[in-house]
Ligand binder design. Structure first.
Ligand code: ATP
Ligand code: ATP
Ligand code: MG
Ligand code: MG
Lengths: 256, 256
């Protein structure tokens, strides 16, 4: 079972969009796919019609010491074949304060995912835009990290901080974590985006995907009807770009 | 002294852009203005050339029990007259775990801001995209809350959660908190944005500003040179829109 985290401490860079679009493509290709919403704001959960304010446990339940539910019991279906998700609840926002300095809270997800390793081919973890116990869990549990990066200058400055966080987490992991930078919200007509993309390749080339996800207003339309873009309009520019990214991620001798 | 918070748990909706553009306009109109970066990711701090990874205290220092620095001592200048800021540091990401259930941590900013009430006309608090001790502090300390809302459907679902958070915080405040919704990233050519804007007014009309901030690529150019758009290109569409918002916010008998 592959476990991919999608994370970046910068908000609004396309984390949830990337996780959902890639999961939609994987499911369409026949892979049994699980999405997990780790963001207390619950964008992914709302996308599929769930309600993050609904008290039912979701991911939050996994972190409760006594009688934690099994991960299998939290999995919800979507109307798309082979595509499942575990919802977030707003209670997740209290986890950092609850966990405090308590050790061992960084491996909750790793232990939970073992329970479903025969049920799914790929799990995608959608992270909140903040470094906390949920992101630490995701970075500990995954075998690959996707970092969507908006193609603009301020986002490049923030990227250095994200990569420093990664170095910090690497020390706690048994095996080193491969990461791939995914340029998103690329508007090829603006000079600022072209320059930012060039700098991204100059500085991080061996870890940066050599494609980019273009700005495509159809992502918003897809989110309105709660379908991955790849199911709603498979020939849309944005869907084709994520399809190329998925080819790159699944290629056998993937260096990055 | 006016204290305005800019907050929304959804990432990438224009919180930092709104805080910086409004502060630039206030300073240009002769108001002594202070920006505070409450986001551990430090977008506002990077914008003005600061380094969130630089160990110096910044906002974080205010939360340390022993020998907390004075707020006055943390204020940095910018190259723009009458515009100052207090930087964020990445250490802010550890605050929630440190504070834990400890009471009274929700009023640290309120107490600190009293120290500078004769030095500034307006303070703008740029919040991180997560409900934690920093956002709680900002909502307790401010006398008005600006909520930038992207004009798209998923953002409207997230708005209900933000307003529920606000209701929760209101109970802990002495006086009730006025909030104003600011439609951002509005692309008048797409139907999805027009529909979302209409729904926003249908549901929240008495709290929603009757203008909108258009998509304007010059915001990215401004962030590249570290200047508020209003100083870089005062006649740009985005700057004119924030100017109209500021007129609305400063109008004497502002209902919203
Ligand atoms: N390639 C794209 N083209 C156009 N719009 C996009 C694209 N990718 C994402 N969006 C839109 O941008 C907004 C932010 O995307 P998304 O919510 O996926 O970001 P995020 O990083 O998950 O945000 P958060 O930090 O809140 O978790 C959404 O409205 C989404 O529809
Ligand atoms: N009206 C606008 N037109 C075009 N681009 C914009 C506009 N407002 C903001 N942006 C761009 O969108 C991106 C997100 O904006 P910003 O960083 O201000 O959002 P935020 O809500 O503060 O994000 P975070 O959740 O990470 O704090 C930035 O690249 C910014 O330049
Ligand atoms: Mg998201
Ligand atoms: Mg911000």
């Amino acid at each position: 079972m592959r476990v991919w985290s999608v994370a970046n401490q910068k908000g609004g860079v396309g984390k949830t969009t990337s996780a959902i679009t890639l999961a939609g493509l994987l499911a369409a290709r026949g892979h049994k796919t699980l999405l997990m919403d780790l963001d207390p704001h619950g964008s992914l959960t709302s996308y599929f019609g769930g309600d993050p304010d609904n008290g039912a446990t979701g991911v939050y339940g996994l972190f409760q010491n006594s009688a934690a539910p099994t991960l299998k019991g939290l999995v919800q279906t979507t109307r798309f074949p082979r595509l499942y998700y575990v919802p977030a609840t707003t209670a997740l926002a209290t986890l950092d304060r609850q966990c405090g300095a308590a050790d061992g809270m960084g491996l909750v997800l790793t232990r939970a995912l073992v329970q479903v390793s025969r049920l799914f081919d790929t799990v995608l973890l959608d992270c909140p835009p903040v470094l906390g116990v949920l992101m630490v869990n995701a970075l500990a549990a995954c075998d690959r990290l996707l970092i969507p990066v908006q193609t603009e200058f301020l986002a490049l400055k923030g990227l250095e901080r994200m990569l420093r966080t990664l170095t910090m987490i690497q020390r706690a992991r048994a095996s080193s974590l491969e990461y791939i930078l995914v340029p998103t919200l690329y508007d090829r007509r603006t000079r600022a985006a072209q320059d930012a993309l060039r700098v991204l390749h100059e500085r991080y080339d061996e870890n940066c995907w050599n494609g980019e996800i273009p700005v495509d207003t159809r992502f918003r339309e897809a989110s309105r009807i709660g379908a991955p873009l790849s199911s709603y309009q498979p020939a849309a520019r944005g869907a084709l770009a994520y399809n190329a990214l998925l080819d790159h991620l699944l290629a056998p001798s993937m260096a990055v």
